[in-house]
Design a protein around this ligand. Structure first.
Ligand code: ZN
Length: 307
């Protein structure tokens, strides 16, 4: 998004007036405080087939306050890198070039590029619109590092793929929220995918993992409450793909359907009844901030999800 010269001039004049009666030393810190916050919790390999039998009391309680669906549709192949990329790049693999489970760069010329020569993501367009806002990106799986331009974020950190790593990442996310009150924070756990591959999708161990992930969701929401930002925060909780047996990636519904929950500031609760595609998530986020969509995007927001 570009500001016109006139808008920039008005903004500059307004800022001059504002800071004329504000100590200059506090100016840059103040600008980092965003009036709104978006917290994205991504759980790799969390298929919708698990939801009915899952013991996830916190999330199930929050469903009443959510715009939600169990029918968010992954792109093919129903694998990680291509789906996480699609979710925030607002278009399919044919456009952004992340075509496989471990894509680390586009496989071919992208259909549209921003000034950096990259396919725009929600994160990049938000950063362009709000250069001073605090943004964070925490993850366990190495592959998450290559999907977006991580220089757009003030804070990025990788954690071990282990139970201890999951707990460490949750602690770091909680501290980050309380200390920085980020405008945008995206936290990607590599579970329950890890359990799915080692023990099996929708097994007892997988379901036990989901109950643990539910406590993570509660910890993060609680951190926003303690940070005093809960009323100004939008939460999105979702996944890249599901699975079956000890694998995924196929064109079967158990791999393709993932939960999508959105609750908090501005959300109109209710079932999302229309189709929701992976690339629509970027559109929902951009529309929430009235950012407009880059030309290469194809996603759109379902109607009636915001107040
Ligand atoms: Zn996997």
């Amino acid at each position: 998004m570009k500001r016109s010269l006139f808008t920039s001039a008005v903004l500059f004049a307004t800022l001059c007036l504002l800071f004329a009666c504000t100590p200059a030393s506090g100016a840059s810190d103040d600008m980092k405080v965003s009036p709104t916050h978006v917290i994205i919790l991504g759980f790799d390999g969390w298929g919708s087939s698990s939801f009915e039998n899952a013991e996830m009391p916190f999330l199930k309680k929050m469903a009443a306050k959510s715009a939600w669906t169990l029918k968010k549709r992954s792109i093919l192949p129903s694998s990680s890198a291509c789906n996480w990329a699609t979710m925030f790049k607002g278009a399919g693999p044919e456009a952004h070039g992340y075509i496989d489970w471990d894509s680390r760069k586009p496989a071919f010329n992208i259909t549209f590029s921003d000034e950096k020569g990259l396919f725009p993501s929600f994160f990049s367009i938000y950063r362009e619109a709000f250069p001073d806002h605090e943004m964070g990106y925490l993850y366990q799986w190495e592959g998450m590092k290559y999907l977006f331009d991580l220089t757009d974020f003030n804070y990025t950190q990788k954690f071990e793929i282990s139970a201890a790593g999951s707990a460490d990442m949750t602690d770091a996310a909680v501290s980050y929220i309380q200390e920085k009150k980020p405008a945008i924070a995206a936290f990607f756990w590599d579970y329950p995918d890890k359990t799915g591959h080692s023990i099996g999708w929708y097994t007892n161990d997988y379901m036990t993992e989901l109950t643990y992930l539910d406590t993570i969701i509660e910890s993060i929401v609680d951190a926003c409450d303690k940070a005093g930002i809960i009323d100004d925060t939008l939460f999105i909780i979702t996944s890249d793909h599901g699975g079956h047996n000890k694998t995924h990636g196929l064109a079967v519904i158990s791999d393709l359907e993932t939960p999508f929950f959105m609750f908090g500031r501005g959300v109109k609760p209710g079932d999302i009844t229309g189709p929701l595609m992976q690339y629509d998530v970027a559109a929902i986020l951009a529309d929430y901030f009235h950012l407009g969509h880059p030309k290469g995007w194809r996603g759109s927001s379902p109607e009636g999800i915001f107040e």
